[in-house]
Design a protein. Structure first.
Length: 127
């Protein structure tokens, strides 16, 4: 499956965007806020995430599991109740030029054998 979600606003729901076992999806210029779960959730999916704003969610700004080769660039993840970016069992993802700030937990969490990531030029602010 390929496709895109762009210039959309998703708020006050459960999970704003959930991708399950897909590839070639581009998410760009979206506002994802006040959701009761994760703003973006990827399960076994490869996607490109750019210029999105994920904030004030009770879950993670981005939660990805078993999702290799995800490109995460120029996004803002802030004021989420959990980590801004949470990657578990993922490989070869790229995080570049993201703003990650004032999340109630960590800015970026890597767990369960996550490896081979490229992480550069991100800004993490605690306040």
């Amino acid at each position: 499956m390929t496709g895109s979600i762009s210039s959309s606003t998703v708020h006050d729901g459960a999970i704003a965007v959930y991708l399950n076992s897909v590839s070639g999806v581009n998410l760009k210029n979206n506002l994802l806020y006040h959701n009761t779960g994760n703003a973006l959730q990827l399960n076994g999916s490869a996607a490109t995430l750019s210029s999105n704003h994920s904030y004030s969610n009770t879950g993670e700004g981005l939660f990805a599991t078993n999702s290799p080769n995800v490109a995460i660039a120029s996004n803002a993840f802030y004021s989420n109740a959990n980590p801004g970016i949470y990657l578990t069992s993922t490989n070869a993802d790229t995080l570049t030029g993201n703003m990650i700030f004032v999340n109630l937990s960590t800015g970026v969490t890597l767990l369960n054998g996550s490896s081979g990531h490229t992480i550069s030029a991100n800004r993490h602010l605690s306040e």
